[in-house]
Design a protein around this ligand. Structure first.
Ligand code: SF4
Length: 338
């Protein structure tokens, strides 16, 4: 039985019509779910009893569950229990410009990035579309506030679950559903080149972020196995294809690891690599975890790296450090639970 939260408005309308029901019932149902935030089909008072029975037989209205919340001043981290008992997490960040939610796209991840807690625990399965949609709905309900922007940057490689992620983007962008504007949605990939190109052709034109983390193949291969499949040059070519198609600037995510990728020489090499590329660099201080040997770069080193990029005319920002007191690194909360 298909979960109702994983179905786009258009598909639900088509479903109803093909099954002999009014197209309009889709708006009524979706209004209960996304506007009134009432997930109990028995309470859908403007829908006839017999139609409610049909809905119950045809679709699942099951919800994933918030199992644990860890909080710090500007961040809340949620551990979800899925219907089959698997666990994932999502992180809510309080920015000056609103609430931003980082959602997971898989249970575990097979990409094996050496610095990542989620990569240490292998992929169990892809998330279904409804499991991604519900992360937003349930957290929005929990904090009683609208989620302003979404980044698909939690556990998992979104482009390794491409179809479900694309479906998810259509649902959350729909102005009758979660109405999160394409400009406020970002999908982050470790660099699955064919999928970056496919994503560029996707009509929604959602933002793209690349987990780059190195200025050359040699360093990238040491910390990210995906670099053995696609060279940094191929990634940059795909990024150029995306930004030519969409006119959008791409975020290059760069986690600074002490003594690995944080030298001024690396910054200069990165500046060379990004020459003429419509991109900016988002420098991320590393959240150390007890299982992984890498250390965070010092504030001084981060500043030197940032200054070197700036001197070379590269647009760069340093991401605010979120939630030092809680398990803030991607996958840490889940890994602790397991
Ligand atoms: S950083 Fe992202 S792609 Fe790499 S292992 Fe972690 S979750 Fe997977």
């Amino acid at each position: 039985m298909e979960n109702i939260f994983g179905i786009t408005r258009k598909n639900l309308e088509q479903d109803f019509v093909s099954l002999g029901y009014k197209k309009f019932m889709a708006s009524q149902v979706l209004d209960w779910l996304y506007k009134k935030r009432n997930y109990d089909v028995n309470m859908f008072s403007n829908i006839k009893n017999e139609n409610r029975e049909f809905l119950k037989k045809q679709y699942s209205f099951d919800l994933i569950r918030i199992e644990k919340v860890e909080e710090d001043t500007d961040v809340k981290k949620f551990l979800f229990r899925l219907i089959d008992g698997q666990k994932i997490e999502a992180v809510l960040m309080y920015h000056d410009y609103g609430l931003s939610l980082c959602v997971s796209s898989q249970v575990g991840c097979n990409m094996g990035c050496k610095f990542c807690e989620s990569g240490r625990l292998k992929k169990v399965r892809n998330l279904e579309t409804y499991e991604m949609v519900q992360q937003i709905l349930l957290i929005s309900d929990y904090v009683k506030s609208r989620i302003d922007s979404v980044v698909v940057m939690g556990i998992g490689e979104p482009f390794d679950n491409y179809d479900n992620v694309i479906n998810f983007l259509s649902i959350i962008n729909d102005d009758k559903l979660l109405a999160i504007g394409a400009r406020h949605i970002t999908v982050s990939t470790c660099g699955l080149v064919p999928k970056i190109r496919e994503y560029a052709d996707f009509p929604l034109q959602v933002n793209l972020a690349i987990s780059l983390h190195a200025p050359n193949d040699e360093i990238r291969k040491k910390i990210m196995p995906i670099a053995n499949a696609y060279s940094i040059k191929e990634v940059i070519n795909a990024v150029n294809y995306y930004s030519n198609k969409t006119n959008r600037r791409v975020a290059m995510e760069y986690i600074l690891l002490d003594g690995i990728n944080d030298s001024v020489q690396c910054a200069n090499e990165l500046a060379d690599l990004l020459k003429g590329v419509n991109a900016y660099v988002n420098l991320i201080p590393y959240n150390e975890t007890s299982h992984i040997e890498y250390k965070a770069s010092s504030e001084k080193q981060i500043k030197a790296f940032y200054d070197a990029l700036k001197q070379r005319g590269v647009d760069a920002t340093t991401r605010k450090r979120f939630g030092n007191k809680i398990s803030a690194a991607c996958g840490q909360l889940r890994s602790k639970e397991l």
